[in-house]
Design a binder for this molecule. Structure first.
Ligand code: GCO
Ligand code: MN
Ligand code: MN
Length: 402
């Protein structure tokens, strides 16, 4: 523990039940805590944070892993010797502080060469360069032990709809992913690929805008088994969708390989707020879903602190993400242990067994029985479901009054 910590912070870190621990599998991107607060209207507000300091501070706060884009660590124009030195120093820091790199990815959006996208750019030289850059970055991810390799479409989209045939764009994306899957296989890498949908920003429309679009696309690839999803809370909210339901669909399909946790005020630009800072009920149900349906991957925070903050604010932000996750985990246990809630759920799901057997799959007999059954439509329509009470009890659990 450093001497700069306040007594309150030291207490939160060490001695309460919400304190982050390695087994919670919390991770942050270098780009998240390293975010310097630049936006389209204003310049940087925080000095650069070195990757080594991020590793040290995140370890101190109780995080488990740290993720990166190639250029978060190795500058775009670094020589091979510089690259090797930087990577060696970073690996030493990881081992000194007991941190791992669970996920790596490629920056295919910052350099002006990518202004029309990478794998779907109209320019074949850009598409080829994107493959070269990604192969090198996959090598870096493998060297650092990353089990997941993320593909976020960055600038894969359009501003001028006339510029690209959307069907061609889909085929180009497929060709790139097939190529890179084969590259990973040929090199004996065991990492899995996780695709991250986003509806817009920085392009006015991005291809594969939601979890559902991405999921359907995966099954058209040459190696669908090694490809899954990295959904992000803010991205689905930007599209006005229910993130919990999207994640549930990915989970149920065995495709939730990774997750980007953050928060957002409704459908607007990607705000990347501290996890659980805005949509509290949705965050509660998300944590409940992940914890109860066997999600074993990293709990990754793809978020950053408010632009008003200095470095201390960044660490307040990081600790806040992790503590809030653990608080929701505790609230989910509370919800499950609440006798009134459980009684309502049991009653709701118990149903009337007299119709049993009619819903257990197709058979000729069931078809016959279903056709012959007389339903008491009037009475079924009269039923009250008690969802008002159930939802109020949920709110009371979340707000801590039960
Ligand atoms: C965004 C994205 C990115 C990606 C990251 C990792 O909206 O900027 O969420 O933060 O997650 O590039 O692929
Ligand atoms: Mn993300
Ligand atoms: Mn995002």
């Amino acid at each position: 523990m450093t001497t700069s910590q306040s007594p309150e912070l030291a207490h939160q870190l060490a001695s309460d039940q919400y304190a982050p621990k390695k087994e919670d599998k919390f991770s942050f991107g270098l780009w998240t805590v390293g975010n310097r607060g630049r936006d389209p209207f204003g310049d940087f507000v925080r000095p650069e944070l070195s990757p080594l300091r991020s590793v040290q501070k995140l370890a101190e706060l109780g995080a488990w892993g740290i993720n990166l884009h190639d250029n978060d660590l190795v500058p775009f124009d670094a020589s091979p010797t510089e690259r090797d030195r930087i990577v060696a120093d970073f690996k030493k820091a990881l081992s000194d502080y007991g941190m791992v790199v669970p996920m790596a990815t490629t920056n295919l959006f910052f350099h002006p060469i990518f202004k029309d996208g990478a794998f779907t750019s109209v320019d074949p030289a850009v598409r080829a360069f994107a493959l070269q850059k990604t192969m090198r970055s996959i090598d870096l991810g493998a060297e650092l032990g990353a089990a997941t390799y993320v593909f976020w479409g960055g600038r894969e989209g359009v501003d001028a709809e006339a510029s690209k045939d959307p069907v061609t764009a889909i085929k180009r994306m497929r060709d790139a992913l097939n190529f890179l899957c084969q590259y990973a296989i040929d090199n004996g890498y065991t990492m899995r690929f996780a695709l991250e949908p986003k509806p817009n920003e920085p392009r006015s429309d991005t291809y594969f805008p939601t979890i559902g679009h991405m999921l359907a696309f995966i099954y058209t690839l040459d190696h669908p088994d090694m490809v899954g999803l990295n959904p992000e809370v803010a991205h689905e909210h930007m599209a006005g969708l229910n993130f919990v339901h999207g994640v549930a669909q990915a989970l149920e399909a065995g495709k939730l390989f990774h997750i980007d946790l953050n928060d957002q005020k409704g459908p607007r630009f990607d705000q990347d707020f501290r996890f659980g800072s805005e949509s509290i009920k949705a965050a509660f149900f998300l944590v409940k879903l992940l914890e109860e349906h066997g999600y074993a991957g990293p709990r990754h925070f793809d978020a950053h602190s408010y632009r008003t903050e200095d470095e201390q604010g960044v660490w307040d932000f990081a600790l806040g993400c992790m503590r809030t996750y653990n608080m929701f985990k505790e609230k989910a246990r509370h919800f499950n242990a609440d006798a009134e809630i459980q009684a309502i759920l049991q009653e709701l799901n118990g149903g009337d067994q007299s119709y049993g057997g009619l819903l257990s799959g197709y058979s000729k007999e069931t078809v016959q029985k279903l056709k012959e059954t007389t339903f008491n439509v009037e009475q079924l329509a009269l039923r009250g479901y008690r969802y008002e009470r159930l939802d109020q009890l949920t709110v009371e659990v979340i707000l801590g009054v039960r």
